[in-house]
Design a binder for this molecule. Sequence first.
Ligand SMILES: Nc1ncnc2c1ncn2[C@@H]1O[C@H](COP(=O)(O)OP(=O)(O)OP(=O)(O)O)[C@@H](O)[C@H]1O
Ligand SMILES: [Mg+2]
Length: 262
Amino acid sequence: MLIVKDVKKTFFPGSVNEKKALQGVDLTLEDGDFVTVIGSNGAGKSTLLNAIAGVFPVDQGSIEIDGVDITNMPEHERARYIGRVFQDPMKGTAANMMIEENLAMASRRGRRLGLSWSSKPEMDARFREMLRELDLGLEDRMTAHVGLLSGGQRQAVTLLMATLVRPHLLLLDEHTAALDPKTAEKVLGLTVRLVETHRLTTLMITHNMRDALRFGNRLIMMHAGRIVVDVRGEEKKSLTVPDLLALFEKGAGELSDQMVLS
Ligand SMILES: Nc1ncnc2c1ncn2[C@@H]1O[C@H](COP(=O)(O)OP(=O)(O)OP(=O)(O)O)[C@@H](O)[C@H]1O
Ligand SMILES: [Mg+2]
């Protein structure tokens, strides 16, 4: 369970560049909630995920994951609880390490002893199986350096790494936006499979309204540093893109071109 209470964040306070990125965000996620997050450019979506991940301290409010107050916990310690995948395929994996080395590293995340394998062959066999399930032809390239992979392959490996040790929370920030449509669809499919199989509590930012409606059990819309729409369950299922645009106009009073086009 994630509890975000009255979180505020202003960048460059008191200067001409002052930007109130989060203006009091309250959000509670139940275990297994798969929440899609939409909103215009600069609405504060990434800032919210970054605040939860501990990229910077917040000015006010608190953040709790599964009963642990992480508000003042450094980012590297929060990584024990949180899996993340960013828009940029270059982030999240170590380019000059092999696929199997990246996976082995991820399997040790947040555990003093890591996942236990009785032997390296057993570990390799597990990794090979996971990679086979991706259906991207990576199972025979375990010793290839990650830097040689395509963006989509790299995002898929990053997703595996982020979920290898079950995270308490999975944060996805437009993780398919840099991929071609076909690859994006594949990585989205993998995402849904992982999230649903492991019932991962997930926040997924997307600029694509159809994806926001198609995936997850709940949808939130942000505008000017606030959550302006929060729909779930049957109500979410019955929503259409025009409904969403109407809600957006009501909540925000303006539209982002990017959202209209996607
Ligand atoms: N590290 C930072 N330093 C200064 N300003 C920032 C920083 N991160 C975000 N901002 C500002 O905070 C506001 C919210 O940005 P944020 O990145 O959260 O928006 P977003 O909803 O993710 O938008 P997009 O859809 O374009 O990704 C913007 O005005 C942005 O310029
Ligand atoms: Mg963003």
